[in-house]
Design a protein around this ligand. Sequence first.
Ligand code: ATP
Ligand code: MG
Ligand code: MG
Ligand code: MG
Length: 566
Amino acid sequence: MAARVQRLSRSMLKTLRDDPADAETLSHKLLVRAGYVRRTAAGIWTWLPLGKQVLDNVSRVVREEMDAIGAQEVLLPALLPKEPYEASGRYEEYGQLLFRLQDRKGAELALGPTHEEIFTQVVKDQCTSYKDMPVILYQVQTKYRDEARPRSGVLRGREFLMKDSYSFDVSDEELAQSYALHRAAYTRIFERLGLDYRIVSAVSGAMGGSASEEFLAPAAAGEDTFADCPNCDYAANTEAVTTELTTVEGADQPPLEELDTPDTPTIDTLAAYLNVPASATLKNLLVKVDGEIVAVGVPGHREVDLGKLGEHLAPAEVELVTAEDFVDRPELVRGYVGPQGLAEHEIRYLADPRVAPGTSWVTGANKEGKHARNVVCGRDFTVDQYLDVVVVEPGDPCPKCGTGLRLDRAIEIGHIFQLGRKYADTFGLDVLGRDGKPVRVTMGSYGIGVSRAVAALAEQTADEQGLCWPEEIAPADVHVVAAGKAAQIELAVEVGDKLGAAGVRVLVDDRQGVSPGVKFTDAELIGVPQILIVGRGAPKGLVELKDRRSGERVELPVEEAIQRLT
Ligand code: ATP
Ligand code: MG
Ligand code: MG
Ligand code: MG
């Protein structure tokens, strides 16, 4: 089947020599410079022609593998009524992360950050019997989250493309099967994309539920930290490791009275008080009060020295739970819920009957970066005592085999959860069971950051010259460069057409008045796997074939080059 031939003389493509001023990560710089994406507003991106092709390639691989496990594609709205999210409690819980709006009649709506509620309602409407199960539904859809720090280009957008899927089963065993199917599909997807990834155990975060694993792509630009055992197969998000490592006694400390003034309760002070090593990874902090865990990590801020904690901690990023909750019901350990979330945590903490009146909690910094002490329900709080801290550091023993753990940075590219019956309970999702009685449905939810995967791939594969795509994802298979005037351009176009006719996707740089040097630089920057140069040898029918990754070049007759590439 003939493939697409893109001629740059007829394409909208503008590459940039310089990095955008605000770009910190490699993928952000290169995707902008090579003309794949352009920033429209903070965390909001336009996908230009080359970028759109790469994005579509990722979506295609995801769709093929989802279809292969029997999942059915649907498309739900992104503009959502608030009621289902109120019913599940997430309308509140999401805090400022949720984009909220009103229609002309004043009805409140939200832009979907993830769709458990709506999928549950769809299945309740469509399925009535165990015979309808299992059901796996998925969509590739634009999601909205008002992220506190939309940095790093498309790695963390406020509008981004996600594949989200949801499984519905009538028993725990069948849920485990749906989960296993997803795990296998994700493995195939990330392998086909050419991503280096690890599967790590994770705590369930804001979704609720029990079993959960993350797919992490190791990269310096990543915002996640994971612990990896060099000896056995143990790998875990550091949030999860803390639950498995033994507690390190904080120290016999006097009450934290000195922290109990409006200006002093910085986390630096707290960390120093607790003798937490300054090198400790922020996310691994787990604080107990009177034997009860009241704070678990600081999701969203990774690899920040505890010494800098005061600077980075925003209220939403501390989670309060009781020890009992944490140990027996990990689903209660919620993740990041938005910059105003701490108040909700505090309220939950306060509402816990086990919290004695007069118990207090000192927050870190609020959104404006000011340190705040909590005053909720008209009460002021004082910290009694922080007893224990668990910190995961490189070299800590692996919970499985005792070998020293490694800590690495990574990008979260996928996340799979066994949700259980949380949403089915909320919406009363029952179907007729095998015994003729109604049975409550159990669910899983599974996400892949499609747009984020593009950036993660760029992070992992780029080199000094530019992007360097794996074949399946690249916007073309071959980039034909006409390095010369009319004769070269003519031959380049002819070669491009022949390759296209043979099913090879081609980009032909047939631009006039652009120097060969600029064309070569652009070809390296754009990152198509094979570069075919039509230059000086053209009159003799010779071309040069260059492998983008290895840089290896060979000169060969044009027909032979075409043969090699088809
Ligand atoms: P993160 O920890 O990076 O904030 P998350 O845990 O909040 O991600 P999930 O709710 O698990 O994200 O969503 C499923 C997937 O969607 C993630 O694994 C990630 O690949 C992607 N994703 C989440 N937030 C964003 C974002 N702001 N921009 C791009 N992709 C995202
Ligand atoms: Mg998030
Ligand atoms: Mg996460
Ligand atoms: Mg996640």
